[in-house]
Write a protein that binds this ligand. Structure first.
Ligand code: NAD
Ligand code: UFG
Length: 335
């Protein structure tokens, strides 16, 4: 298939590009590089042995998206393009609704014009909000706690309405849990600018000496060891989940379907740190600090629906996650 990846130069998009291209799909990237760098294209070329076409454009430019859909005879779109920092979304909600909701509407308008009606959407476990029960299954009530989560949920509602209005649409919304890790080559991975908000890139920066120590946000939660627990999923597992979703859309799905992509297991902050310490063979300097406002103690996925519909499960371990993160981090320093 000819597949367009909006936001394809980003963290999850670039790994998915590798998996799809290696599976024989023709992949086209579209990105405005607001949170990524064109240098990822050279690294993708090294991994794949060929260059992937990439168009620099904003998804909110409907005409530009329409041109790409026509020029590359696109059959399906995976819509990664979006902003994802929870704190920033609280400080600047308009930016998030404009980019994430308006961006999705613009993409859908372009797809409608060209008649491309197969779509995978990047959603998030954050749409569930405070757990009523765990693990979160796809029927868990949705009550996002911040504008970022709201922007994902509102987009899902638009997608559901669209699929009801026109039976030709095939749409899957994938709700990712906590994507971490890097490609085994160490050439691509997550490389946030400045001080990371998220645990895994923060650990990597402390391990490399870029940051002096890690702050653990609270150790008195009602969890196994008092620290927060999350469902960390290796980005290559996640990428393979997208390939499975594309096959599912091609072969079986009609209408709109929501599917969790997670491992179904939770790992605590201390457990993740100790797995990383094992990989690097030394201790990571850390302090317990106060809880981060808005953090939930624990959540993880009910991953059965992905297994049943997509024939997909996460296969990589926490050790794999730490090892590939460290490989990417070390390669970055040498480069
Ligand atoms: P990322 O920031 O690395 O990638 C997003 C890409 O989209 C970037 O390359 C950015 O430049 C591009 N982009 C943003 N707005 C754009 C626009 N208007 N037009 C064109 N390009 C635009 O983020 P990621 O971690 O790869 O996340 C991909 C998607 O998955 C996002 O929609 C995100 O909300 C969602 N998601 C991410 C996580 C996570 O923890 N990484 C969890 C759940 C859901
Ligand atoms: N944590 C620390 N220290 C840090 C960073 C995080 O102790 O420096 C802890 C947090 O308190 C939490 C755990 O590590 O217990 C994970 O935190 P992350 O910030 O890595 O991830 P979150 O689960 O808070 O949020 C992430 C993304 C959201 C997304 C959500 C669900 O940031 O955008 O996963 O997919 F919505």
């Amino acid at each position: 298939m000819n597949i367009l990846l909006t936001g394809g130069a980003g963290y999850i998009g670039s790994h998915t590009a590798v998996v799809l291209s290696q599976a024989g799909h023709e992949v086209v990237l579209l990105d405005n590089f607001c949170n990524s760098s064109p240098s990822v294209l050279e690294r993708l070329q090294k991994i794949l042995g060929k260059a992937l076409p990439c168009v620099e454009a904003d998804v909110r430019n409907t005409d530009a998206v329409e041109r790409v859909l026509r020029e590359y005879k696109i059959d399906a779109v995976i819509h990664f393009a979006g902003l994802k920092a929870v704190g920033e979304s609280v400080a600047n909600p308009v930016l998030y609704y404009a980019n994430n909701v308006q961006g999705s509407i613009s993409l859908l308008q372009a797809m409608q014009k060209v008649g491309v009606k197969t779509l995978v959407f990047s959603s998030s476990a954050t749409v569930y909000g405070e757990p009523q029960y765990l693990p979160y299954d796809e029927d868990h009530p949705t009550k996002p706690m911040n504008p970022y989560g709201q922007s994902k949920l509102q987009t899902e509602k638009i997608l559901r309405d669209l699929a009801i209005s026109d039976a030709d649409w095939k749409i899957t919304s994938l709700r990712y849990f906590n994507p971490v890790g890097a490609h085994e080559s160490g050439l691509i991975g997550e490389d946030p600018n400045g001080i990371p908000n998220n645990l895994m890139p923060y650990i990597a920066k402390v391990a490399s000496g870029e940051l002096p120590h890690l702050n653990i946000f609270g150790d008195d939660y009602e969890t196994r060891d008092g620290t927060g627990e999350r469902d960390y999923i290796h980005v290559m597992d996640l990428a393979e989940g997208h390939e499975a979703a594309i096959s599912y859309l091609e072969n079986c799905c009609r209408g709109f379907e929501v599917i969790n992509l997670g491992t179904g297991k939770s790992v605590s902050v201390l457990e993740l740190i100790s797995a990383y310490e094992e990989v690097i063979g030394c201790k990571i300097k850390k302090f317990i600090t106060k809880k981060r406002p808005g953090d939930l103690p624990v959540y993880y996925a009910q991953a059965n629906k992905a297994k049943k519909l997509l024939n997909w499960i996460a296969i990589r371990s926490v050790g794999d996650i730490c090892e590939t993160t460290q490989r990417f981090s070390a390669a970055k320093i040498i480069a």
